[in-house]
Design a protein around this ligand. Structure first.
Ligand SMILES: Nc1ncnc2c1ncn2[C@@H]1O[C@H](COP(=O)(O)OP(=O)(O)OP(=O)(O)O)[C@@H](O)[C@H]1O
Length: 347
């Protein structure tokens, strides 16, 4: 369990994390979401004692990180996959970590096997692909067989096979009763992986709820009805006390109706239906709606106006990139911008 109480971090006049209180519980994968610059990485660094909170505190199984006698047994984390010594063989890198944390050597082989790197154990990570680097970082996190795992953007840059593998691994770790806390920008991925969500914006807590409740509360679910007799169907729905509105392709959309009831109504009046479907909003839609006010940077829309950010799975729009209109002002850093890039510029 990870417990945050009033956790706050200020960098100069920037309040990066603003009074966060929430608990990450064992047995489920908890997704950690927020627009760029929301404070996710800062929060994770404070969990690991890498950044000192300005106010408040964070406990791991009831203790501050600095109080953990053998931290790798309590919490394993993947913050930056590039934090590996490129010249030391994969096995030796893990062995160093194991020896300095009182972890038996056999765990090195086990961890390498868990992440599928046993065949390259004697190779140096500087020749590793991004995916292999991520796997090695995850092996390090698993080394101490910890009760808590924390991953910051673990699927960044991975191919579909790697993404699938990490998703399955996180779910398995949660099923084993561990606490799994993971941040990601890939909404469809998060929707498939996490059962619980913590959402922050501009350092503040926006939601701490189950995935299904989050989507239900922050989006619109409606029934879509297509029929060759739309006027008649609309009248029937209205008479039944429902409020159909015109949708795309001549369909009717009913916010407050349930599909079986509408199907029965149509059947009772002999109205042919070509489509009757419940349209559930995606996590991405719900996330965009909730965080619209707390996005730090908005991409400039063609024509120079500012539009709400539209996250594209796995893409990173770049300011001044090929899609910028000629003569357009350089927009501020956009959604999906490589965070390392930004952190680098920050110095
Ligand atoms: N060392 C630092 N010095 C100054 N400002 C910082 C520092 N670290 C973070 N910040 C600022 O704090 C805010 C939160 O940054 P953080 O990296 O935690 O956000 P994030 O949610 O992880 O973003 P991303 O999704 O882009 O990785 C940002 O405005 C960032 O510019």
């Amino acid at each position: 369990m990870i417990e945050l109480r009033d956790l706050t971090k200020r960098y100069g006049d920037k309040l990066a994390v603003d009074g966060l209180s929430f608990t990450v519980r064992p047995g489920t994968v908890t997704g950690f979401l927020g627009p760029n610059g929301a404070g996710k990485s800062t929060t994770m660094r404070m969990v690991l004692g890498l950044d000192e909170p300005t106010r408040g505190d964070v406990r791991i199984e009831g203790k501050r990180y600095a109080e953990l006698r053998e931290p790798l047994h309590s919490i394993g984390a993947l913050l930056e996959a590039k934090g590996v010594h490129g010249g030391r063989r994969a096995h030796d890198h893990l062995l160093c970590l194991a020896q300095s944390n009182g972890i038996p050597e056999r765990r090195v082989g086990e961890a390498l096997e868990m992440v599928g790197l046993q065949d390259v154990a004697r190779k140096r990570p500087k020749g590793f692909s991004l995916g292999m680097g991520q796997r090695l970082g995850i092996a390090a996190a698993l080394l101490g067989d910890p009760r808590i795992l924390m991953f910051d953007e673990p699927v960044n840059g991975l191919d579909p096979e790697g993404i699938h593998w990490i998703r399955t691994l996180m779910q398995q770790l949660a099923r084993e009763g561990r606490t799994v806390f993971v941040s990601s920008h890939l909404m469809s991925e998060m929707a498939q992986t996490a059962e619980h969500l913590v959402v922050i914006g501009q350092g503040k807590l926006l939601a701490d709820t189950s995935m299904s409740q989050f989507i239900a509360e922050n989006s619109r679910t409606h029934v879509r009805v297509r029929t060759p007799e739309p006027e008649r169907m609309r009248d029937l729905l209205t008479e039944a006390g429902l409020r159909p509105v015109p949708g795309a392709e001549g369909a009717l959309e009913v916010d407050d109706g349930d599909a079986p009831r509408i199907g029965e109504l149509a059947a009772a009046h002999g109205v042919v239906l070509h489509e009757l479907s419940t349209q559930r909003a995606s996590l991405e839609e719900a996330f965009m709606r909730l965080t619209a006010q707390s996005v730090e940077y908005h991409a400039a829309a063609p024509g120079g106006t500012h539009a709400p950010p539209v996250p594209q799975e796995g893409t990173a729009p770049h300011p001044g990139g090929p899609q910028s209109p000629p003569g357009a002002a350089q927009p501020p850093p956009a959604w999906g911008e490589d965070w390392q890039d930004r952190k680098g510029r920050r110095g």
